[in-house]
Write a protein that binds this ligand. Structure first.
Ligand code: SAM
Length: 265
């Protein structure tokens, strides 16, 4: 194999733990066998040197691997180009039109994501959620905790509310630094993110909802009344049954939905 040194700027922490690779791949073995899966497109974001790719290809399902690092392309080609289900695309996941890549097929996305790319990528994918069946990602554990947190939880914040409005999130397992090479400084975790059939807020209101949530969490120590004063009056907040003296982290997504209804478009 061509020699390749892990690059920090591409967030390269390669999975080397066979048990974890098996655990991830097993999640797909049953689900990929479902009848509708033939019409779906599995996409791996950031295949790296192919640790997960190899395990996924064993399911005999077409797989598109999207990799940014040009130096990894020949390595991946050599390793998998003989495989009839393998397609390799060089490119940046943050710039990619995923619908085009998947030829408008419903997508299942999987990846051990570079930490600096994970959050912007998830926000970007939310904009195209209609065509996504599910997403399974390895992320920094702290981000997994934030994505799965509920009201009152210390990790509950803008990311939790905005993502959970459109998706169900489930932390599947925690992964120690020793499962990667080079080992990252922090714990990681594997998460399932599944789009809701109906988002809790109608699509037309998403922009206002996201803006309201961002403003509500802008200063965590301040009350809602203070954070939201440019958007809603104290009386308006009260009219929804929400206490204006409460703090953003105590409100449910439903509370945010009710408040959004009152924000002028
Ligand atoms: N899947 C491999 C594994 O588990 O061993 C590699 C995971 S490594 C954490 C992240 C991978 O994503 C690297 O191969 C890196 O080059 C690639 N990558 C980084 N930024 C990317 C981007 N914007 N778009 C696509 N791939 C990216």
């Amino acid at each position: 194999m061509t020699r390749h040194l892990a690059r920090k700027r591409f967030g390269q922490n390669f999975l080397v733990d066979e048990q974890i690779i098996y655990q991830i791949s097993s999640l797909f073995s049953n689900q990929l066998a479902t009848p509708q899966s033939k019409d779906q497109q599995l996409i791996e974001i950031g295949p790296g040197r192919g640790a997960l790719t190899e395990a996924l290809l064993k399911h005999q399902t077409p797989l598109i691997a999207l990799e940014l690092d040009r130096d990894l392309i020949p390595i991946l080609q050599t390793r998998f180009s003989h495989h009839r289900h393998f397609t390799l695309q060089q490119g940046d996941a943050l710039q990619t039109d995923f619908n085009e890549l998947a030829e408008n097929k419903p997508m299942r996305l999987v990846g051990n994501l570079p930490y600096n790319v994970a959050t912007p990528l998830i926000f970007r994918l939310l904009e195209n959620i209609d065509n996504i069946v599910d997403m399974h990602f390895m992320l920094q554990w702290e981000v997994v905790a934030r994505l799965c947190a509920g009201p009152g939880d210390a990790n509950y914040g803008q990311l939790s509310v905005v993502v959970q409005n459109q998706c169900e999130t489930k932390a599947l397992f925690q992964v120690p630094p020793s499962s990667f090479s080079p080992a990252p400084k922090v714990e990681s975790g594997f998460i399932a993110i599944t789009p809701r059939t109906e988002p809790l807020i109608s699509k037309e209101k998403h922009r206002q909802f996201n803006q309201l949530v961002k403003t509500a969490f802008a200063h965590r120590r301040k009350t809602l009344r203070n954070n939201l004063k440019k958007l809603l009056s104290t009386e308006q907040i009260e009219s929804t049954g929400v206490n204006p003296s409460a703090r953003a982290e105590t409100l449910s997504i439903d509370d945010y939905a009710k408040l959004t209804e009152l924000v002028k478009s």
